[in-house]
Design a protein around this ligand. Sequence first.
Ligand SMILES: [Zn+2]
Length: 403
Amino acid sequence: MKRRVYVFDTTLRDGEQAPGFSMRVSEKVRVAAQLEALGVDVIEAGFPIASAGEQEAVRRIAQQCQNASVAGLCRAKKEDIDAAWDALKYAKRPRFHIFLATSDIHLEYKLRMTREEAIHAAVSAVRYAKSFGAEVEFSPEDATRSEEGYLIRVLEAVIDAGADVVNIADTVGYAIPSEFARLIRLLRSEVRNAERARFSVHCHNDLGLAVANTLAGIEAGADQIECTINGIGERAGNAALEEVVMALKVRESVFSVETGIRTELIYPTSLLVQEITGVHVQPNKAVVGANAFAHEAGIHQHGVLAHAATYEIMTPESIGLTSNRIVLGKHSGRHAVRKALLDMGVRVDKEGLDFVYERMVALADEKKQVTQRDLLRIVDQLKREKSHTDAYQSVSETAEAGS
Ligand SMILES: [Zn+2]
């Protein structure tokens, strides 16, 4: 039997807090619905004490989520935990996510705390959060630059205080895969009460290693991975959910783990986050980039047509993109356009349908056949040119509306 790895998505917290990626409350709620449809296990919805907007977003997402746990970020402070509970108490599965740095550089220069003071603050915060009866996750921030003996003591103390999950954070994207795997193995074997908590990994991409470190963490026994859609996040971003999940799937025989992700919703989810944030992934982005399944060289095209596996290690369909399938021609009507869009998880209103239809006909005149990818490009234009919000909705929202 395959080991289950839990997916903790922090698109709405670590992703959203990056400059240029902010989302309105209603947009966060839409993304959360899509994340739940995608099958993530935990949605980190925000940092409730940070602002009234964050508080509202976490509350609305907590009210809406049916299956996923909803997490709210807290410093190791009573007021943060109280503010988080005001929003999280509506969730079916609430989770506090408490963080406190454990590296000397953070303790000395940022927190101005001694190591003993930090352990005390972490334990008090975990104990207090646990008193609400919710799940508690504790993150030793900057864990990869923390002294190992001290990190082990902190983890033992917070697990004794009731932490359900401990999240080993490579906050500054400093680790390399072999070293990170060694750290996870060491913690799992040396932390005295390790079997009482789940181990999570949270990797940043400053050296382009977030996905590699996350996968190394899984091989070393991590039970939970923290990631974001399109890898958005602080600075160079977080581990990209779509890349980690597809690596686990394509190389299943190596990892022998499973997640709850419905991979065929990866592309619509990526697109929704691109649309909402207005930030598009680069064309050569792994898995979801516009060129990820494009075969330009003639010899490659010939190979793919003869047998897709010659140059494709995964199918476009497996991420919800049937890039090569011809969907429409110039004789297709509005009804067919609407249906083709719905098949891709995109709903348009009447005005949006007119827009897509007219451009589809023009394109079909030029190139005879219009593919799903062409349609997605048109939807992209629609979103950019029309500001009305109903033009584009995610598949889960369509389901929610009962249509
Ligand atoms: Zn982070």
